[in-house]
Design a protein around this ligand. Structure first.
Ligand SMILES: Cc1cc2nc3c(=O)[nH]c(=O)nc-3n(C[C@H](O)[C@H](O)[C@H](O)COP(=O)(O)OP(=O)(O)OC[C@H]3O[C@@H](n4cnc5c(N)ncnc54)[C@H](O)[C@@H]3O)c2cc1C
Length: 358
């Protein structure tokens, strides 16, 4: 059971991936930092197959869903990451990056129409600019994120600027998050574990495996993505890494294998070389190979307010999981909406106006 202390436990956030950290950030920005405990088995700096966030590529792209939720969460996420890239790019490990996205078929036209309204420097590529086999392409200025460093940045901010408390514990059930009687709201941000965590056990959750190559290529400055029928290929310069890039990738639905495969490395190197003129100019040196499991969910992410009975009492539970391949680009928007769902309860939780940063 969770250690019960009356300090900082009015709000408990279970999970310290990008989703839980963004919920803590949105609540802290509203003045509730000192009322929050984040409980998790894994924290920024840890690596595990059961902790997806450090493995993300990571960028903002048109890879997300086409439903209204995904469109809203993306636009809020783009605005949030834009602010970080403009105000504190080195500290937050988020950089503005020129980007090209190409589709072989199945162009998500409505979504592109929506995104064109806010993406910086958005332009549809002319036919002569499209490589062979590509049906449609756009360029814009995207945000690229050094995922493992970015989550450490949010963690430091929450701890040092807002007084959020962190507790390392693997909870046996979501009910265990209510160990303290003073806990008023629990946010479930457990990613893929929501498939099996007692009290949640959502059968719609499934993993989508991705393998990526970390390579050294300081001359590679352009984000490139090609969406094919049976493949996803991408090149993402990694901010604040002294010239590393992430080369990908794979989207293997329902696969939960954490191994990495040489045949997949070869395929990634061949596909990214075809895609990126910068890679053809000088082959990057392979440094490491990783595999991660995106926490996918049929019908898209679950952001909703629920009620759960714990020891005969009804308690408030807000779910925020199932972000699939978009936790970094959509996570802040998902957090804004999950926090708005408990607006009525936040009135009764201690609030202090955050200090201006020095
Ligand atoms: C190869 C790859 C590339 C990607 N590229 C991108 C990209 O370019 N852009 C993008 O936006 N996204 C990308 N993603 C997706 C992104 O990484 C995920 O959407 C995101 O990391 C999900 O975050 P999460 O917080 O839901 O889950 P996680 O990061 O897995 O965090 C879950 C948390 O819950 C905790 N937890 C679980 N069960 C318990 C328990 N019982 N008790 C206590 N704690 C528990 C864990 O310890 C952890 O802290 C990529 C993913 C992969 C694998």
């Amino acid at each position: 059971m969770m250690a019960s202390s009356n300090l900082n436990d009015s709000i408990v956030i279970v999970g310290a991936g990008i989703i839980g950290l963004n919920v803590a950030l949105v609540l802290s920005e509203k003045g509730h930092g000192r009322s929050i405990t984040v409980v998790a088995e894994h924290f920024p700096g840890d690596t595990s197959l059961y902790y997806t966030s450090p493995w993300a590529g990571c960028n903002f792209s048109a890879i997300s869903g086409t439903d209204d939720n995904a469109l809203r969460w993306d636009s809020l996420g783009y605005a949030h990451l834009s602010k970080l890239a403009t105000e504190c790019p080195e500290e937050a490990y988020v950089h503005w990056t020129p980007s090209f996205e190409l589709w072989d078929e199945d162009v998500p036209s409505d979504k592109i129409q929506h995104m064109s309204g806010y993406l910086k420097d958005f332009r549809v590529l002319s036919e002569v600019e499209l490589p062979d086999g590509v049906k449609f392409g756009v360029s814009f200025t995207t945000l690229s994120v050094n995922a493992p460093e970015h989550i450490k940045y949010i963690y430091r901010r929450l701890r040092d600027q807002y007084g959020v408390r962190f507790l390392r514990q693997k909870l046996p059930s979501i009910q265990a998050a209510y160990a303290s009687p003073s806990t008023k709201i629990v946010f479930n941000c457990t990613g893929l574990a929501s498939a099996t965590l007692p009290g949640v056990e959502d059968p719609k959750c499934y993993p989508t495996r991705g393998q990526v190559v970390l390579a050294r290529g300081p001359h590679i400055r352009t984000n490139m993505m090609r969406h094919g029928k049976d493949y996803e290929t991408y090149v993402i310069p990694r901010p604040g890494s002294n010239g590393n890039v992430i080369l990908g990738g794979y989207m293997q639905k329902g696969v939960s294998d954490g191994s990495t495969y040489d045949s997949e490395v070869k395929s990634i190197l061949a596909r990214t070389s075809d895609l990126s003129p910068e890679i053809r100019q000088k082959e990057p040196e392979v440094l490491a190979v990783f595999a991660g499991l995106r926490p996918s969910r049929e019908g898209g992410a679950r952001v909703d307010r629920d009620e759960i009975t714990v020891q005969g009492q009804k308690r408030v539970l807000v779910h925020n999981y199932g972000a699939g391949g978009t936790g970094f680009q959509a996570g802040y928007g998902m957090a804004v909406e999950s926090v708005a769902m408990v607006k009525d309860m936040l009135r009764d939780i201690a609030c202090e106006i955050p200090q201006a940063r020095l």
